[in-house]
Design a protein around this ligand. Structure first.
Ligand SMILES: Cc1cc2nc3c(=O)[nH]c(=O)nc-3n(C[C@H](O)[C@H](O)[C@H](O)COP(=O)(O)OP(=O)(O)OC[C@H]3O[C@@H](n4cnc5c(N)ncnc54)[C@H](O)[C@@H]3O)c2cc1C
Length: 385
């Protein structure tokens, strides 16, 4: 089995396949596992719990995702499930997530081979089957000829290279991308800062001091009292990390002037890449829709449960949220993880077969991990005939 991409979906997919005794190669272009969960400076795993009145005890999905959560808890017992608005999230540290992933991978060393700094560059198909994936890495350029491939690359690299049917929104329609930076040196704690930041930035936009997309910036205080995390929005057409860095400086400088909390603060960490919300997605055997999500639809082949709202980052209106009924959840059918054209192609994570709106709910990390495991199981089932 070949798994492409060692983000949250790919790492769990590869571990689940190797646990079933199938020899697995996991390729990753970075030199660490975790993908956006690490490069994005995120601090909360979303999509793990139902939005009930009671504090959830366990993730909604069973399986490896629960092992990940309990190992994170063992490493940082102080990081407890918390409620933000109407949803529950699990705080985590990136270092802990990387070490949990590394240890899950290491336990499978007999059947799981990980090639870091290695990229998939082309795909050869024969009779509606992927025959070979060409990869480039420290070991040179060579072909891998897998029985099945699971595309967990986030942006659907194998889906695109194989030429199977896929969907991608136009640049005008596509959701805003993100860029995250952390600041240190805050003056005390302002419990209203998360509300004041958008208020001041709305004023700055009204006075034509910043472009519209920077008005959608969010601020979250973090564990250390003098630190905070900003998430700025970037239009998909503005595809440059250098420009995102400039935007971050514009936002930070402005807030330093108008909010005493930030006056002596400084940027000390930034996401290492632009964080893309929406890329290439498979057109699979079924495409999950916004109605399926909002109406909490269950399917005979429902495989992963999710209660995360549809979080749509619209270029003109900013974030728009649509919630499921309290305590309810929907299911993602296994057909969303299977190509309808290429018999040995599966996918998990951000590039599964969902509509643009449904993706606003399915892309969160808790859900992507469970999707990884389910795609792994399906691919093994196919390989074992
Ligand atoms: C701005 C922003 C904020 C977010 N905040 C949160 C949050 O707070 N909580 C939350 O739960 N979710 C959040 N998300 C969503 C979440 O981070 C991602 O959707 C999720 O991590 C996707 O996981 P993945 O495994 O599908 O893909 P990725 O994390 O993108 O992993 C894909 C992996 O594939 C590798 N790869 C790509 N191409 C190749 C190739 N050709 N060859 C080899 N390897 C390749 C990449 O290096 C990467 O490691 C946020 C998303 C954005 C954009």
């Amino acid at each position: 089995m070949l798994v492409v991409g060692s983000g949250v979906a790919g790492t769990i997919a590869a571990v689940s396949v190797a646990r079933k005794g199938v020899h697995t190669i996991l390729i990753e272009r970075n030199n660490f596992p975790g993908g956006t969960a690490v490069t994005g400076l995120h601090c909360f795993i979303c999509g793990l719990y139902v939005n009930d009145t009671n504090m959830p005890k366990n993730p909604i999905n069973k399986g490896i995702v629960r092992e990940v959560c309990s190992q994170l808890k063992a490493l940082a017992p102080e990081k407890k499930v918390m409620r933000i608005g109407k949803v529950y999230v699990l705080p985590y540290s990136r270092q802990d997530l990387v070490s949990v992933f590394r240890s899950l991978i290491k336990k499978e060393k007999q059947d799981l081979e990980v090639l870091y700094n290695t990229q998939a560059v082309s795909v050869r198909t024969e009779q509606n089957t992927i025959a070979a994936v060409r990869v480039r890495g420290p070991k040179g350029v060579f072909n891998i000829m897998p029985r099945a491939v699971i595309d967990c690359s986030g942006h659907g690299v194998i889906i695109r290279l194989s030429g199977t049917k896929h969907q991608v929104s136009s640049l005008q329609q596509r959701q805003l991308a993100g860029y995250i930076f952390r600041v240190k040196g805050l003056k005390g704690r302002d419990n209203m800062a998360a509300v004041k930041v958008p208020y001041y930035l709305a004023q700055a936009y009204a006075e034509k001091k910043i472009p519209l997309y920077l008005k959608f910036t969010t601020f979250t205080p973090v564990d250390n009292i003098d630190e905070g995390l900003f998430k700025i929005s970037i239009p998909p057409a503005r595809d440059s990390i250098q420009l995102a860095k400039k935007d971050a400086l514009v936002v930070h400088r402005y807030l330093c002037k108008v909010m005493p909390l930030f006056r002596d603060s400084y940027i000390f960490d930034t996401s290492s890449e632009l964080l893309v919300r929406e890329g290439t997605r498979l057109c699979g055997e079924y495409t999950l829709s916004a109605n399926d999500v909002i109406n909490a639809r269950k399917f005979p082949d429902g495989t992963v449960k999710n209660a995360w709202p549809i979080e749509l980052w619209d270029q003109k209106k900013g974030p728009q949220y649509r919630y499921l009924d309290h305590g309810d959840y929907y299911e993602i059918p296994v057909r969303c993880l299977k190509s309808s054209e290429i018999s040995n192609l599966f996918c998990a994570g951000r590039c599964i077969s969902v509509s643009q709106e449904a993706l606003g709910s399915t892309r969160v990390m808790g859900t992507c991990m469970s999707l990884g495991e389910r795609a792994g199981c399906e691919a093994v089932r196919m390989v074992n005939g």
